[in-house]
Ligand binder design. Sequence first.
Ligand code: SF4
Length: 354
Amino acid sequence: MIYIHVPFCRSFCTYCDFYSEIASDIRMGLYAEALCREISERSSEITDDIPTLYIGGGTPSVLPLSVLQRILDTLPQQRWTEFTLEANPEDLCEKGLPYLEGLRRLGVDRLSMGIQSFDDGILRWMNRRHNAERAVRAYNLAREAGFRNISIDLIFGISHLTDALWEGTLQKAVSLAPDHISCYQLSVEGESSLAGMVAEGRYREAGEEQCLRQYDRLCQVLSEAGYVHYEISNFALPGREAVHNSAYWHRVPYVGFGPGAHSFDGKKRRWNTSSLSSRSFSEEILTPEDERVETIMLSLRTSRGIGADFLHENCSPRVVESLLDEGSLVRVEDRYRIPENRFFVSDEIIRELI
Ligand code: SF4
């Protein structure tokens, strides 16, 4: 599994504090140079257990096809079980069908589109570049170009996102019938503009009740539309679960290239420095305790849950018993999982277990 990080955006979103810089031809050229060197030097770390490629960001769709081609030419393997590229709707509208068809020729078979909302007011507040109409246009163009596997991202839990606005976004999403929907509750991240707005009293976070209501409605609408809720924040039409992301939750090793990218080889985690000019990185060798905690946290995010033997050997029987009694855990054959109606409070349930 390979992850490639593209640290460029055309503008910065209100809620985001990812490492990213404004895209320019010069900086993208430098990036491609350094990235290809890194891939060549670390190619022995690439395994073919699950041959997926995920190009994320930042905004990978700011990269011209020629730069993407150059990156792909440096990778030792070219046949992917799944090849995802994250795309900004406005880029897809501006670059149009030729760009989308070019992506298909490069082998991209899954697009992850950062739509976030179908309400123009909410999109403006987020400082997204697209509006609702352009989001739909980008989606339709991608279908026209032949993409059969499209995921869209949505965000709820914004204090001025009323239930009516949220319903509108959900209904619009379902009417487009994307293969996959990732949906996150807005969170205030350290270095984001939003954190500044909170500190200055210009934004008040949405209450727990509103967030829970919007999450419940999300689960209901998507379930009625035939989506499988296979991870706390992820829904897929049957058979369209993300192969790459699912492997993260099951702690499959992956190698990450590019500034700020993470890697995991089964025993240690590595973080590249978030800088175009630095090639340094940090590493952490996981202790048995780290592995125990990670396994519990990641597995219980999924509807597949965790093996009963593992939970019995690694958690307090008293806590497991009490979570079962209160309905926060259910046993299905030889596995335990958090039921969907408790997904929203899964952090608390997992905290009790670890
Ligand atoms: S959310 Fe995506 S597009 Fe927006 S600033 Fe962050 S990385 Fe860039």
